[in-house]
Design a protein around this ligand. Structure first.
Ligand SMILES: NC(=O)CC[C@H](N)C(=O)O
Length: 313
């Protein structure tokens, strides 16, 4: 694929400026509906950029492990498209914003159980349910291996987060069962919700996240390991969906101000991708009311402005 590699000296300087600009913002709060996430030190803040030719630039707390949470939805979407194709994803899960919170039951009710997007909880569980596997263990292994390939090394579940989330995920279980009642979930609801919960509990660092994103930026080839992880034909669908629903009710705001496909997680992670060029990641646990990292969004806005990265220019 055509690469247009950015000036890394400039990128490094901008990353540092973005960090010091966004750092003063102490607004927002850790996610508290998952008790383990409430305990993460709120003041942590890391930023990383990985270019499509594998240069890694980091600043702040970029090697602190945190839970991937909803950013996982992007990588499960990729793995499942690889297995069942883009048309099947579109037909069974959808590709539209819900206009409602990420765990909205009403969004499902309004569309006869169709989740609309693989990037909301319902759609992410539908996505997991579509992954072909002989049993739950094999399915989980496929997901964990797939994410590890994106990151370029073996990833692991954060047990404290998984235990905490599994003990408090009755709302997600309800969503899985509701989809099952509509015929829009394609595997056992409890098993599917459990695998989804586990995928959300995978530990990553800011650097891991930017490497995972750079694999998307680099035509599906991990620029660090050189391994082809995903067929490039799926990338435009992933980027489109990240743009439409990656930050839920703030996706439009993010497209308007940053102009890049993005994805947030309630663990405080945020990913943005410049196709063909680089991926940017942020980690800062304080979230806005929608569930997106406050400093992460601020930093991405700063970097996009400074380097003129919006895809809509
Ligand atoms: N937006 C998020 O990161 C939500 C993920 C979280 N695991 C949940 O299901 O609620």
């Amino acid at each position: 694929m055509q690469k247009n590699i950015i000036d890394t000296k400039k990128l490094e300087a901008v990353l540092k400026q973005a960090h010091s600009t966004a750092e003063s913002d102490q607004s927002g709060a850790n996610a508290s509906y998952i008790p383990a996430l409430a305990k993460v030190p709120s003041n942590l803040f890391g930023l990383t950029a990985v270019t499509a030719d594998g240069t890694v630039l980091e600043t702040g707390d970029s090697s602190y492990p945190f839970a991937i949470e909803s950013i996982s939805k992007v990588f499960s979407m990729a793995l499942v498209m690889e297995a069942v194709g883009a048309q099947e994803m579109l037909k069974k899960v959808g590709a539209d914003p819900t206009g409602l919170p990420f765990n909205s039951v009403m969004a499902l009710e309004l569309h006869r159980g169709k989740p609309l997007s693989p990037l909301v909880n319902a759609g992410a569980m539908a996505t997991v349910s579509l992954l072909p596997a002989a049993n739950a263990d094999e399915k989980w292994q496929k997901i964990l291996d797939g994410y590890s390939q994106f990151a370029g090394h073996s990833l692991e579940v954060m047990d404290a987060v998984y235990t905490s989330e599994a003990a408090t995920n009755s709302h997600n279980k309800g969503i899985a069962w509701l989809m099952s009642s509509y015929g829009t979930l394609y595997d056992d609801p409890d098993t599917t919700c459990d695998i989804y919960t586990k995928q959300c509990s995978i530990a990553i660092t800011c650097k891991d996240l930017a490497v995972m994103g750079s694999t998307l930026a680099n035509g599906g080839v991990n620029p660090i390991t050189g391994k082809a992880i995903i067929n490039p034909e799926f990338l435009p669908h992933i980027f489109a969906e990240m743009t439409m629903e990656g930050l839920y009710g703030a996706s439009g705001d993010f497209a308007y101000t940053v102009g890049l496909p993005g994805k947030s997680g309630v663990g405080g992670g945020l990913l943005a991708v410049v196709p063909g060029q680089l991926a940017l990641s942020a980690f800062s646990p304080r979230l806005d009311p929608i569930g997106n990292s406050v400093r992460g969004q601020k930093a991405m806005r700063f970097i996009s402005d400074a380097l003129d990265l919006s895809l809509y220019r």
